[in-house]
Design a protein around this ligand. Structure first.
Ligand code: FE
Length: 226
């Protein structure tokens, strides 16, 4: 091999060791979009140059997959029961959620409070920006072209398809996420929940209620789909 001037990996492929620069988990399907080829090329280069390891990439993926809407539900339940926290959350989302141990780096977190008069619904018209540290991986419909385009044109039709009925007097406000700003909807606290514990309240906070396509569950289980 020493005679090869243009060996592209810097080691001999013929001696049969495990290739630690290949991806730990094979890609699920063949890449087809330009950004997918770019991601693979960049990832393999960084691994090849020893900047990161395949294991580190996989650990990060697993860490993100472990995040779930239960995180956001804890934040909402705290906001429902602690007025001071609710104020701090509305003023500075990042600082408030950090109190509960959620680090949101390099992004501005904006909490939006739903009331009887005003209902917020979140979309990313451009791609799929989503408060992942608090809600986990976004649902497929959130990333779909249909949701992204219809959410701004006919939000009430979308709400109806989600089975969400709001009074005509409630204003529906659609907010568009960006690469550096993420929204968390604080759904209206359901009636009949006085005296419930924070943990009991958190169980009423669905993922969709924090995106704004739904309201929080009623304490009697109404609206809960299983
Ligand atoms: Fe996006």
């Amino acid at each position: 091999m020493s005679t090869h001037e243009h060996h592209d990996h810097g080691h001999d492929h013929s001696h049969g060791h495990a290739h630690d620069h290949t991806t730990f988990q094979p890609d699920i399907r063949e890449p087809s979009e330009e950004w997918e080829f770019l991601e693979i090329a960049l990832r393999e280069l960084l691994i090849d140059k020893g900047v990161i390891t395949a294991r580190e990439v996989q650990d990060q993926i697993e860490a993100w997959e472990k995040k779930s809407p239960e995180g956001g539900a804890r934040v909402v339940a705290k906001a429902w029961t602690d007025d001071g926290f609710r104020q701090r959350l509305l003023e500075d989302g990042n600082a408030a959620v950090a109190e509960l141990g959620f680090e949101i780096e390099a992004l501005k977190l904006v909490a939006l409070e739903n009331t009887d008069d005003l209902h917020h619904m979140v979309v990313c018209t451009l791609c799929s920006c989503y408060p992942r540290p608090l809600l986990g991986v976004p649902p497929l419909w959130y990333k779909s072209r249909e949701y992204r385009s219809r959410a701004v044109r006919e939000p009430r039709a979308i709400l109806a398809e989600f089975g969400t009925e709001l009074p005509e007097t409630t204003e529906v406000r659609v907010v568009d996420s960006t690469a550096d700003c993420r929204y968390l909807v604080i759904p209206r606290r359901p009636d009949g929940t006085e005296g419930m514990s924070e943990a009991e309240l958190a169980a009423l906070v669905s993922r969709d209620s924090m995106i704004g396509t739904a309201t929080a569950f009623a304490p009697d289980g109404e609206g809960r789909s299983g």
